[in-house]
Design a protein around this ligand. Sequence first.
Ligand SMILES: Nc1ncnc2c1ncn2[C@@H]1O[C@H](COP(=O)(O)OP(=O)(O)OP(=O)(O)O)[C@@H](O)[C@H]1O
Length: 284
Amino acid sequence: MAGQINGLAVQDVSRHFSGVTAVDCVSLALEPGETLALVGPNGAGKSTLIQLISGVDRISSGRIFLNGRRIDRLPPERIARLGVGRSFQTSRVFPALSVWDSVMLGTQANLLSGGHGKILANAAHEVLATMFNTSGWRHRIERQEAIARETLQLFGDRLWPRKDQPAFSLSYANRRRLEIARVLAGQPDFLLLDEPAAGMNPTETGELTELLLALRRMRPNLGILVVEHKLSLVRRVADRVIVLNQGRVLAQGDPDHALDHPEVVEAYLGRQRRRPNSSDAHLG
Ligand SMILES: Nc1ncnc2c1ncn2[C@@H]1O[C@H](COP(=O)(O)OP(=O)(O)OP(=O)(O)O)[C@@H](O)[C@H]1O
């Protein structure tokens, strides 16, 4: 997998905390344009894996590659600039910033990254360009605004009509949407979503499912890794599913195959022994 030039590759990765093996020799690959869902009972190691890929936490052993380049020793901001955007399990928005400013801030991840045809910003240049209001600077702001507008409009009438409101005044579901919007505004090549539907009601979960499907159509090269307990969403958006249990890969394959595997049914539902279909009970 190390030689895989396009994509994210996690190779034999483990993470031990004192006395706990949260991730136990896990390997997975995510290609551009693919949606991979990571599911499993509480404590299976899903969030830890996202922390490790995004560089927020450090692996104990193994290797992680992005487009053939080793990234597991890089700081999180560097990994983000290389094109890996992530959301957190508990949404992290800047409460006092407006919806618009939050998403404009998100566009900076793109501008600072360079490469892929993106603009490389530099601090001294930024100050001078702002002071003299150069045409290049104005052009860049216009581009950022276009990206922010397009990103907010992905969320229908949920965020756009509230673009001037501070984040703290938004509903819980809208704060979660705003966090995803901010990450998307950075135009990542790979998007890591940690339980994006947590706390959402069935209607909101359905809307988020449609959003992810629309995103796949609009950004066909975007690779998405989504950790999610809501299997109705997983079954609709994922090309492939990896089931983790106690830090290890228990099953993988297309959603129906992986989720209906008898050991997965057992791990999720224990003695109830029924198919984990579109039920969105918090499994674990
Ligand atoms: N910083 C930490 N220190 C000690 N143990 C940790 C730490 N982070 C995670 N763990 C442990 O690692 C295991 C995996 O946790 P993780 O949060 O990755 O599971 P998860 O699959 O995301 O669960 P959930 O679905 O409940 O979010 C758990 O036993 C957890 O208690």
